[in-house]
Design a protein around this ligand. Structure first.
Ligand SMILES: [Zn+2]
Ligand SMILES: [Zn+2]
Length: 451
């Protein structure tokens, strides 16, 4: 016999040692996802109803009164210390759970002047008068209703799971994100002095290109500097038949728009990123009248302070240079106004924090569902929380919100899906909302557990 068969005593010995090994190894602990799922499932029906209510009743930036009141009431019900009217309609809810780190979790509150074009039973039919006196439709077209509901779900879970974390969570509902002003106003109203100062700040934002059930993490610059610029090109108007007796600002504006394109193509380091878009041009009243002036509206995007500075300087120089070239007199040089009050700085996701979150989310959702999308030239005033003198590490992560089949089809055909700010944007609520609650809860559990 060549085959070695263990003798009976040896077999008993092997089985015996195996049982010792089994006894020595406790049953594998439930995964992070499995341990959070029952709580999220139990809350889901109520959260979906809350979401539908927020979605059906959107409010414009600086007018988030009812939204803020509902959020404050939800957080109060959980026993949090809640303060309202922080920097406008801002809400702060503090959840204390012993000594430890302080984390800030932020949602934005505002909606957009967009007409909803979905056929959802809870679609928005809200119309209101905006700050300019114009009647507009209103919609949560940027998914801030998902963010609010996710924050409430996270607060509910963390209140229940107090034995699994230590520290303080400062939940905030921030107004006027779409106007790039809410974060600054909350900070100016004492967000970091009247309330526990955070060690880390977290936020999530829905993403219309990532599949529901996934998270997207971007290390370093994730969103851009956003500048809003108004240019008035001035000339000397007159009859359309006698252009030689005028200084035509329409032609000057056209030349200026083309010259501005050289800022990105000829003046910016090709390895840096910048955008100069002229989104609006208005001038004149009639075919045969050369007007006195033409107005341009620009959005300008960049990541670094250096590229931003160069781009803004170039816009001033080119507008003036074109006017000089057209023979515009010195007193009629273009007026270039950079709206500093609407400036949104670039969002820099702290790389170390991103790596820690990648670990937490991979454990929660599996590595294949934690994606690494490119940075975007969109903007977010969440950046402000990391730009105070305290230099607090911040991270905003993307929450996938689309049917996976639609994402796959869009990638195959190249046909884009309805983007954020579109009246057709419709997040796939289940599992988007569940993933939002699970991910933010897991982030707090993971980050407060570390030394
Ligand atoms: Zn938006
Ligand atoms: Zn948004």
């Amino acid at each position: 016999m060549t085959q070695s068969i263990p003798s009976q005593p040896l077999l008993e010995c092997l089985i015996g040692s195996l049982s010792v090994v089994i006894l020595a190894c406790p049953m594998p602990a439930a995964s992070l996802g499995d341990s959070l799922k029952p709580g999220v499932d139990a809350e889901y029906p109520a959260l979906e109803r809350l979401y539908q209510d927020f979605h059906a009743h959107p409010e414009l930036s600086f007018h988030e009164e009812q939204t803020a009141a509902k959020l404050a009431s939800e957080l109060k019900t959980l026993g949090l210390e809640v303060v309202t009217a922080v920097g406008g309609h801002g809400v702060v809810g503090v959840l204390r759970n012993g000594a430890g780190k302080t984390l800030l979790v932020r949602t934005d509150l505002d909606a957009l002047p967009v007409k909803e074009q979905t056929d959802l039973p809870y679609s928005s039919r809200v119309r209101t008068t905006n700050d300019l006196g114009v009647e507009v439709d209103v919609m949560h077209a940027c998914g801030h209703d998902v963010h609010i509901t996710s924050l409430i779900g996270t607060a509910r879970l963390l209140t229940r799971l107090k034995d699994r974390w230590r520290g303080t969570v400062v939940f905030i509902g921030q107004p006027a994100e779409e106007r790039g002003a809410g974060a600054r106003r909350m900070l100016a109203d004492g967000l970091f002095t009247r309330f526990p100062k955070p060690d880390l700040c977290l936020a999530l934002h829905v993403n219309s290109e990532l599949p529901a059930g996934s998270i997207g993490l971007v290390e370093g610059f994730a969103l851009a500097n956003v500048d809003t610029i108004d240019i008035t090109m001035r000339g000397a108007g007159g009859h359309g038949a006698w252009p030689h007796k005028t200084k035509d600002p329409v032609v000057l504006a056209a030349q200026t728009i083309l010259a501005l394109q050289t800022i990105v193509s000829r003046e910016t380091d090709p390895l840096e990123s910048a955008v100069v878009t002229v989104g609006s041009i208005h001038g004149g009243t009639k075919h045969n009248i050369i007007p006195d002036e033409v107005k341009l509206q620009l959005t300008v995007r960049s990541f670094t302070d250096e590229v931003r500075g160069q781009t803004l300087e170039a816009i001033q120089r080119i507008a003036r240079g074109q006017a000089v070239s057209a023979g515009i007199p010195a007193e009629r040089m273009p007026v270039v106004r950079v709206a500093e009050e609407e400036f949104t700085p670039a969002t820099f996701n702290n790389p170390q924090l991103v790596r820690r979150l990648r670990g937490v989310f991979s454990e929660l959702l599996g590595e294949k569902n934690v994606l690494s999308p490119k940075p975007t030239m969109g903007g977010e005033d969440f950046s402000e929380y990391g730009r105070t003198a305290d230099k607090i590490p911040i991270c905003i992560f993307w929450l996938g919100s689309m049917e996976p089949e639609r994402v796959a089809e869009s990638q195959r055909t190249g046909k884009p899906l309805p983007a954020l700010h579109s009246g057709l944007y419709r997040p796939l609520l289940k599992p988007t909302l569940q993933t939002g609650v699970e991910a933010m809860t897991a982030a707090v559990l993971g980050l407060t557990a570390e030394k």
